[in-house]
Design a protein around this ligand. Sequence first.
Ligand code: GLP
Length: 242
Amino acid sequence: MRTFIHNDVQVLATQAADAIQEVLSSVEHPVLGLATGSSPLAIYQELITRHKNGLSFGAASAFTLDEYVGLPKGHPETYAQVIRNEFTAHVDIDDARVFSPDAFGTDVEGAPARYEDAIVGAGGIDIQILGIGSNGHIEFNEPGAARDSLTRIEELALRTRQDNARFFDSIEDVPTHAITQGLGTIARARQLVLIATGEGKADAVAALARGEFDPQWPATAVAQHPNLLVLLDEAAASRISG
Ligand code: GLP
């Protein structure tokens, strides 16, 4: 795992965007893995700026990592909509090649397996952007998730619902379940870029930096990934020991 620490989030975003641009220029049909949450927003802003300066996403496909179950299609807090509003609507990626788990159709139970097949069918993810939850979850793989887990419906931890209540009128409005890529799915991406800022992430980041898989800190499932870049500010890095 390579760690890069800087207090200017713009500098962190530049590092991530450089890695993504490298994939766009070296892979014929690049497959991007997109993450929601506030942490990746600076990366999307940087990519949008680069697109205005000529960077094309025309050959790319993209897969999002997760989706709430229970919100109506088109709800502004569905992750499909968030990714569209924050990123894909502002670049030249083909809308039809931006995929997210189908939590809205008639067969929600079958959606995880279909999504897993779609990722494999696209040739796998070339570069995956990741955030991290304060309890160490990645996407919605909550503490206790199996290291080799695949895309599935997961019940959200109370802390995750509390963290995400800021996007809703009240915690009662935060869905209780989500479809999430599994830890095993995420670990199969050829390259991972994880971004975390703020003291609230410091314990989760410290667990990741210990490098051993610990089911209480799901993000540790990717600690041994051969191509993992971790972008941190000093507050998020403050409890890394050694
Ligand atoms: C949500 C998302 C995760 C994200 C996490 C942290 O739970 N499902 O993908 O990593 O929030 O979000 P933030 O970056 O806003 O702290």
